[in-house]
Write a protein that binds this ligand. Structure first.
Ligand code: NAD
Length: 530
């Protein structure tokens, strides 16, 4: 049983029931028992929805169910799209000056209250607080980019292309756009998309991951505080039912998706068939090539940071280190030593690494350890033996390092998305390049070397969308664009940067002639410039 409560604080208590949204005009939800419900956010109001279905939200460090999240029905999605449709005309007509003022206010709120959002992320995702703050900071960069929307949507103007004729280009918003995001960055990944979507005059329906849904509602509340009109930014929670309705809804013009490759492919195929513009970012298997002349301490630090940060639950995590030539033993020794020293525990404490997001995911990742041993890889550090500083019921798995991994093992072929790092040994740079390029994913790849010529060859020859040179996680700054190649992205547009602006707008070119008394009269020939 859900019932409406009216309050105006972040966490509302009414008769022992709590709601988890913070809008001023709250129509927030309370669920049965003591477990609060994360509601949808539609047209500036919290809404429990009509499906009667919900999912559990866990604290991964304790294993406890801390919240329920509403699962949207098709009708709930229709209501969100209707709210977004109604808000579109007035929002697109809002001046660039006013839109950027709202964005600046949103930016200030996000900046000033970063710790609050980081705590929400850690409580539902499990990543350590410093990492959660870093996630918010990277999302903030895109908000800051979007604050400059007047500059981003400037068109071109050519005076006098023909006698008395001028040509100019303008970019216009699409309408209602949807964003479907994964669990691993509950704030940053939505921020890759919605700031530019909103800034360029679109209205948004966000469907975040059902595993860590509260960050989206918190962001919706900040938009409301910043003065964004009701209906411009909506959130529906849920599973495949909600996603499928968004993919097929006739009033949704575009879909930005981030998640695993099978779902990204499905989203791309389904939504393009329904006539929508789609960018669907998928999974990854990111390599770090270490050449014999590399600084091995830098390489080892980087492999550990990029392999085990966020417990390996990053789309840009390094999961395969490719050691070239004679350095492999020394590199593996350096990585092992560092891995053994990592502190694993509750992200609210001093840990380097937290738990995995769910018990099911933890067990799936752990199964790769047995599979790796059975396949003949060398288990250099076994994460199951790691000392954990946390509640026994948490979803723990310590960091694991495998050596002598080959490309036919599931350790290598699968995106494990957990704290498991594999070392593959090859003889030459060409072998390393061939190995990386044969992989079906193409998100990011890094090379560690002090040889500028080798690095330059690598940036030219490697088949991925983002390259790091002595940088293990080359996530581009907001004014470039983020995206992979091959099975890591379906569609033509990367996220944010110039690609983001173009994805959320349509180009229009105007050819105009303001007549003077000497215009030329009838002429049925094809227009030519004279
Ligand atoms: P996921 O594919 O399981 O879920 C992503 C979204 O799709 C969620 O909102 C989820 O509710 C929805 N979804 C899940 N199953 C669905 C189905 N059958 N039909 C329709 N919708 C469905 O991904 P995840 O586990 O939340 O996130 C981890 C994955 O995301 C990893 O593969 C990771 O590499 C990828 N990821 C990629 C990038 C990138 O930039 N390329 C960034 C972050 C995460």
């Amino acid at each position: 049983m859900y019932r409406e409560v009216v309050e105006a604080t972040d966490e509302v208590r009414t008769g022992g029931l709590r709601a988890l949204v913070a809008p001023a005009r709250l129509g927030a939800m309370a669920s049965d028992g003591e477990v609060p419900l994360v509601p949808h956010w539609i047209g500036g109001q919290a809404a429990a929805g009509s499906s009667g279905r919900h999912g559990d939200v866990f604290d991964p460090s304790t294993g406890q169910v801390t919240k329920h999240v509403a699962y949207a029905s098709g009708a709930d999605v229709d209501a969100a799209v209707a709210a977004a449709s109604a808000a579109f005309d007035p929002w697109r007509a809002t001046s660039l000056a006013e839109r950027s003022r709202v964005l600046f206010r949103f930016r200030e709120l996000l900046h000033d209250r970063t710790d609050e959002l980081a705590a929400i992320i850690t409580a539902e995702h499990g990543k350590v607080l410093s990492d959660a703050r870093g996630e918010v900071a990277r999302g903030l960069e895109v908000v800051e980019l979007a604050c400059g929307v007047p500059h981003l949507v400037k068109g071109g103007f050519s005076e006098g292309v023909s006698t008395q004729v001028d040509v100019y280009s303008i970019r216009q918003p699409l309408g209602v756009v949807s964003i479907i995001s994964p669990f691993n960055f509950p704030a940053m990944v939505p921020c890759w998309f919605f700031p530019l979507a909103v800034a360029t005059g679109n209205t948004v329906v966000l469907k975040p991951s059902e595993k860590d849904p509260s960050a989206a509602n918190w962001l919706a509340a900040r938009w409301a505080e910043a003065g964004l009109p009701d209906g411009v930014f909506n959130v529906v929670h849920g599973d495949k039912v909600a996603v499928d309705r968004l993919l097929e809804h006739p009033d949704v013009q575009a879909v930005s998706f981030v998640g695993s490759t099978p779902i990204a492919r499905y989203v791309y195929e389904t939504a393009t068939r329904a006539g929508k513009r789609v960018q669907a970012l998928g999974g990854a298997k990111n390599h770090m090539v270490v050449l014999p002349d590399a600084d091995l301490d830098l390489a080892a630090d980087s492999a550990v940071n990029a392999g085990f940060g966020s417990a390996g639950e990053r789309c840009m995590a390094i999961s395969a280190v490719v050691a070239v030539g004679s350095i492999a033993d020394e590199l593996v020794a350096k990585i092992s030593k560092r891995v053994q020293g990592l502190a694993v525990g509750d992200g609210r404490g001093d840990a380097d690494m937290g738990p995995l997001v769910t018990q099911a995911h933890r067990d799936k990742v752990a199964a790769y350890l047995d599979a790796g041993v059975d396949a003949g890889a060398t288990l250099a550090v076994d994460g199951r033996d790691h000392v954990i500083d946390g509640d026994k019921a948490g979803f723990w798995l310590g960091p694991t390092l495998f050596d002598h991994v080959s490309t036919d093992m599931t350790l290598y072929t699968d995106e494990i998305f957990g704290p498991v790092l594999s070392v593959l040994r090859v003889d030459t740079y060409d072998d390393a390049l061939a190995l990386v390029n044969a992989n079906p994913y193409g998100n990011g790849s890094a090379i560690f070397t002090n040889d500028g010529g080798a690095a330059r060859r690598f940036q030219n020859e490697v088949e991925v969308g983002m390259v790091g040179i002595n940088v293990p996680i080359p996530v581009p700054v907001s004014y470039y664009s983020f995206g992979g190649w091959k099975n890591s992205l379906f569609g033509d547009s990367h996220a944010y940067g110039t690609d983001g602006v173009h994805f959320y707008t349509r180009g229009k070119v105007v050819t105009s002639r303001w007549l003077d008394p000497s215009h030329g009269g009838l002429n049925l020939g094809f227009p030519q410039h004279d």
